[in-house]
Design a protein around this ligand. Structure first.
Ligand SMILES: [Zn+2]
Length: 64
């Protein structure tokens, strides 16, 4: 199964998950626990360099 990289849009945490190709369910962020703002990454998370988001983690705060 392929390994996907994800980046949490809430806290900026990057992580990898092994998911079947047919699975479109987003995993929970292991850092803040949300699964509503996790974006699948094609390449390394460091490309985006979202330091601001990573530095200002606000668990379950969000875009409500
Ligand atoms: Zn998170």
């Amino acid at each position: 199964m392929p390994i996907y990289e994800f980046q949490c849009q809430t806290c900026g945490f990057c992580f990898e998950e092994i998911l079947p190709a047919s699975n479109d369910t987003l995993p929970e962020c292991p850092h803040c626990g949300t699964n509503e703002a996790v974006a699948k990454q094609i390449s390394a998370c460091t490309v985006r360099g979202n330091v601001t988001a990573a530095a200002s983690c606000t668990p379950r705060g969000g875009f409500s």
